[in-house]
Design a protein around this ligand. Structure first.
Ligand SMILES: [Zn+2]
Length: 154
């Protein structure tokens, strides 16, 4: 899977995006990502990328999906402005592009991908429609991952 990760990093560079890696202590057992647009540059932040190889690949593919979608707009800032009025459909579009991006690599963990896509998308939808419920799910998810992590370490 290492070469899939490498090819995603190459694509990031080819599209003219930058990336940085950080820790997210509030979310210690999940890989997380986001993008920001500043002065017509798109920057991807990856959090806890060391936690899980598969999760980090799917997460970066999703963030690159946002990037590919953004390139369809007349400017990156137009994309990010439009994003905040259309979060749910834009999230789904990023996932469609993520699938396309991974299909161009030797990625073959599609069961994981589709499950993760559904979970992330539904979480986003819920966080807009029912933020308190979404936060509760997030806590449960982190607790479950912590349990898996502890079991792996024993
Ligand atoms: Zn997203």
């Amino acid at each position: 899977m290492k070469h899939i990760w490498t090819s995603l990093l190459t694509l990031t560079e080819e599209l003219g995006f930058t990336i940085s890696f950080k820790d997210d202590m509030s979310r210690p057992y999940s890989v997380n990502g986001n993008f920001e647009v500043k002065n017509e540059f798109l920057h991807i932040n990856m959090y806890n990328a060391e936690v899980c190889e598969l999760e980090k690949i799917v997460t970066l593919a999703h963030e690159l999906g946002h990037g590919k979608h953004a390139l369809e707009f007349s400017s990156l800032s137009e994309y990010s402005d439009t994003y905040y009025q259309n979060i749910v459909p834009f999230e789904w579009q990023a996932w469609l592009y993520a699938e396309e991006i991974l299909k161009n690599t030797s990625f073959d963990q599609w069961d994981y991908f589709f499950k993760d896509r559904e979970a992330c998308y539904n979480r986003y939808k819920l966080s807009i429609e029912e933020p308190e419920k979404a936060f509760w799910y997030y806590l449960q998810e982190e607790a479950q991952k912590m349990e898996e992590y502890i079991q792996e370490c024993m």
